[in-house]
Design a protein around this ligand. Structure first.
Ligand SMILES: [Zn+2]
Length: 284
């Protein structure tokens, strides 16, 4: 399904957005300008100027290290209204040849739709799994090309290159352009939002995560995910980098059945992020 001759516009979703700096970023920029002006007028004020610029950089860094923050730009931490009794299951870091097919079987058993944030280079290695995700009614979204843990330290060009590469890979294999991006480990910096705007992507994080890549037993993960489960929640688990129990069984496979059952018992319906975005914008 590879189409190297496709124009780059085929890899961006329809919703290319104009970047508008968030109030937080505007504030940091104004503070820089104020410090420069103060220095010009009164050079002796340099300790104040340097201190306030350093403080604003610290605040920007802290905002980027807080995955659920919307200080650097729009960020889905819950599904938008109106959404009825829908919730979203997001599954990161795949596709994985052992875990993903078993996750798909579980989702089928509960007639649940999920959003898979796939890593581009793994999708290249296992294209048939990405095709299966789409064929079975789920959504494939962009989790970067290489899932670098240094992603939040990237400059603007490297950041856009990494996201665009993931976008290209996943569009070629899935046959449809991702519309959401999730940063590796949820960590980012102020260069992310302009890159997402130019590629027509929306940042998505989560309401709750299970920490299922590090937990030691499935019960704790399930409790974290189910605690306060309510309409509009976005839950995060992983089909890649899955933690395993003493028998070597991926914990996520033990977590999904009670989670999917609890949603059914509470009359909650699983929806993909893009289905909710379509409802919000009024068109697919
Ligand atoms: Zn990840």
């Amino acid at each position: 399904m590879s189409s190297p001759s496709l124009p780059s516009s085929c890899f961006t979703s329809a919703a290319v957005r104009r970047w508008k700096p968030s109030p937080f970023i505007c504030g940091a920029a104004a503070l820089h300008a104020g410090a420069a002006a103060a220095l010009a007028v009164q050079p002796g004020a340099w300790p104040w100027a340097v201190g306030s610029v350093a403080a604003s950089h610290l605040a920007l860094t802290a905002a980027g290290l807080w995955p659920r923050s919307a200080l650097l730009g729009p960020n889905w931490t819950r599904l938008p209204e109106p959404v009825g009794r829908r919730i979203a299951l997001t599954i990161d870091d795949g596709p994985d040849p052992e875990v993903t097919p078993r996750v798909l079987d579980l989702l089928d058993r509960f007639d649940a739709r999920a959003t898979f944030f796939c890593i581009g280079e793994l999708a290249r290695r296992h294209p048939q799994l990405v095709e299966a995700i789409v064929a079975r009614g789920h959504a494939v979204e962009n989790h970067s090309e290489h899932h670098r843990l240094t992603f939040s330290l990237f400059g603007p060009r490297a950041m856009k290159r990494e996201i665009a590469a993931g976008q290209r890979t996943l569009t070629e294999i899935a046959g449809v352009a991702p519309r959401f991006f999730r940063a590796p480990a949820g960590l980012r910096n102020p260069f992310l939002e302009p890159a997402l705007c130019s590629l027509g992507l929306q940042l998505a994080s989560w309401t709750r995560r299970g920490f299922d890549t590090r937990a030691q037993e499935a019960g704790a993960i399930t409790r974290r995910l189910l605690d306060g489960l309510a309409p509009r929640d976005i839950l995060l688990v992983h089909d890649g980098h899955a933690a395993r129990d003493a028998r070597g069984e991926p914990l996520v496979l033990e977590v999904l059945p009670p989670l999917l059952r609890a949603a059914a018992d509470n009359d909650l319906q699983w929806a993909t992020l893009r289905a909710c975005l379509d409802d919000q914008t009024g068109h697919p």
